[in-house]
Design a protein around this ligand. Structure first.
Ligand SMILES: [Zn+2]
Ligand SMILES: [Zn+2]
Length: 287
């Protein structure tokens, strides 16, 4: 298979390489961070190309996979690596992988032009294999790469085991799906709108007390300006207190028998998508 036709590789800072997959609507971005001894692989893409082979071309160092969370679009190549770390609350999803029945729904025509799919990728057989994570990522952990390290922040809300990783050497915060421009999905079955409120506050405080110079998210345009996280926090507080009302209501189909009724808030650079009745003053106490 020819990786060149699928991945777009860019160096974005000293020892930091971005691996994007722009042909799919997710426009997912994974990152390599190189230390003197190890290379951290932050997320592993959609499972379309030979991600492991690409990493081997980018660096001779021993790779260690750090998953920002275990949604399908982040774990595509994870199990091809010997070391895979994830927050304990999402280890089950790495173990399970993604079966072909689900992959087929994720590569429909609304997600990718059929002609853009590489010839080697057969959507009728494609699946993401599962594997046992070899370790855990917990708040406060520091992943030593030799000459630089990545500090783990627990940033749940979009998913329970979401983590962000801070590289002090470059001032880059790798945020996964904890924050990005555009849509922030908070109505998923294991999303937690209240936990997300605390996450935004934690991110603002972290930025105020550290030399964060850029935020690299997994989706949408990057880098994200650190000062914009405060805008997201302030807008989300207005949603929480009821000062903002939804701009629209949607019924999202996420592969469950019933569609998920959601409230959509368009707040400038950020769009929050929340489960109806599951946030703020309307939050159900039985949820
Ligand atoms: Zn996600
Ligand atoms: Zn994602």
């Amino acid at each position: 298979m020819s990786n060149e036709s699928w991945f777009v590789v860019n160096k974005v800072a000293e020892g930091v390489t971005q691996i994007a997959e722009p042909l799919h609507a997710e426009n997912i971005k994974s990152y390599l961070v190189e230390g003197d001894r190890y290379v951290a692989v932050i997320d592993t893409g959609l499972g379309v190309g030979d991600f492991r082979g690409l990493v081997r071309e980018c660096s001779e160092r021993e790779p260690i996979v750090l998953l920002t969370h275990a949604h399908w679009d982040h774990i595509g190549g994870a199990c091809a690596f010997p070391e895979v770390l994830v927050h304990p609350s999402e280890a089950y999803a790495v173990r399970r992988g993604v079966p072909n029945a689900m992959m087929r729904t994720l590569f429909g025509e609304e997600a990718i032009r059929p002609t853009a799919l590489p010839a080697w990728f057969d959507v009728n057989t494609a699946a993401i294999p599962g594997c046992e994570p070899t370790g855990a990522l917990n708040a406060g952990d520091r992943i030593e790469l030799g000459g630089r390290s990545l500090e783990v922040l627990h940033t749940p809300g979009h998913s329970p085991g979401g983590v962000s990783l801070y590289d002090r050497a470059t001032g880059i915060l790798f945020a996964g799906d904890a924050i990005n421009y555009g849509g922030i999905w908070l109505y998923l079955p294991r999303s937690d709108a209240a936990a997300y409120r605390a996450t935004l506050q934690r991110l603002v405080e972290f930025i105020e007390t550290h030399d964060v110079r850029a935020i690299y998210s997994a989706h949408a345009d990057v880098p994200l300006e650190p000062a914009h996280v405060r805008e997201a926090r302030d807008a989300y507080e207005e949603i929480w207190t009821g000062e903002r009302t939804p701009d629209s209501h949607e019924q999202f189909d996420i592969g469950f028998p019933e569609r998920v009724p959601s409230d959509v808030f368009e707040c400038g650079r950020f769009t929050f998508l929340l489960g109806s009745g599951r946030y703020g003053a309307w939050q159900s106490t039985s949820a």
